[in-house]
Ligand binder design. Sequence first.
Ligand code: HAM
Length: 408
Amino acid sequence: MHDILPEEVGRWQFLEAATREWFSRYGFREIRTPLLEASELFARSVGASSDIVRKEMYTFEQGKESISLRPENTAPVVRAFIEHSRHREVAAGYPERLYYIGPMFRYERPQKGRQRQFHQIGVEVLGGEEPLIEAETIDMVWGLLKRLGIEAIELQLGSVGDAACRPAYREALTAWLRPRVAGMCEDCRRRAEENPLRVFDCKVEECIRLLADAPLMEASLCAACSEHFVAVKQHLDVLGVPHVEDVRLVRGLDYYRRTVFEITAEGLGAQNAILGGGRYDGLVEELGGPALPGFGFAMGMERAALLIPDERLPPSSTDVSLIALGEDGHRAAVGLARRLREEGISVQMSTLDRPLGAQLKRADRVASRYALFVGKDELESGRYGLKDLRSGEQEDIDEAGLIARLRT
Ligand code: HAM
């Protein structure tokens, strides 16, 4: 878990502001749900046999309840959607479009690009099954990454089938695994029993080698899933979003149906997924709501923040360093500083009567555009010395002139 210090926070604020602005253009609205949820919510959605639920949740008992820090936010958003009967707002062609920004918690092995408290920007589209939902939402985040200056990215797309075709595939895969599983790692032996599709998630070399010949979901997709997948790709082509098919794309969560995707980025090392998501038709119903389809993704903010090029970030600076000289100057300067701040100008000044040199040094450190000198003479004449710290030019100016100058 990391502290995000003031020097880094500008990057985060920039990312958040760009996201809010861009997503709102697509009709997405923000939702904020609690950090804590009933543990059972995640077992029923992310999956009791998933790594996340089996070993990565921060879970504790309070009273008679088992509660967990959210490891992800799709299930909480769906819970809230159901709890507040928001399906009433949904009409054909007009799904509910939600986004969230906030921390998630997973007790994972820490490594580069992987934290135990990390942050996600996520979106959920509830109540639309048409393939355009996927294409438009992916196009939106593709556009966001471009706007942030994150260029070297790749979209991988796959389909994991649905309730009509996945059971048969699962059986075929189980049958294929049976004579081979003895040669696989302990985790895969368990996966083969509990949730065979998970074996593709394995990082052990021997297992990866063996699985190269395994049957693939793609060949078992039913006609409806196949058609849906083709339509998603066609829409993406129309929108000009380049994509590659990844027939082995497995996601670490059980709720996915049909489309799954990830966007990977160069420059992140082994943990190169900047975001991932997919369709989760069936989840709303599974969690006690009406039979409404869903689709969404979440982006790792640490990873995104790291990739924003420095030149995209707005410079952090102060408009004015107020240099107060002598006790009288200092006393008068406090009032002047407040009047300037009320006019929308950022002002920093020492809370103590410090030597001129120390005050100028600080002005440099906070990247002030101007230094404003307030001493006994200036107070008497009502005219202040304003120095442009970029050009070095200095002028004498009264308060009205000062405000007019600084506001431009
Ligand atoms: P996820 O693939 O588990 O999906 O996480 C999404 C993204 O969060 C990852 O691609 C990665 O960038 C970031 N991430 C995940 N774990 C960590 C970690 N330990 N440290 C740093 N970053 C991490 C979900 O969470 C789904 N809820 C996404 C979704 C929304 N699917 C449908 N709707």
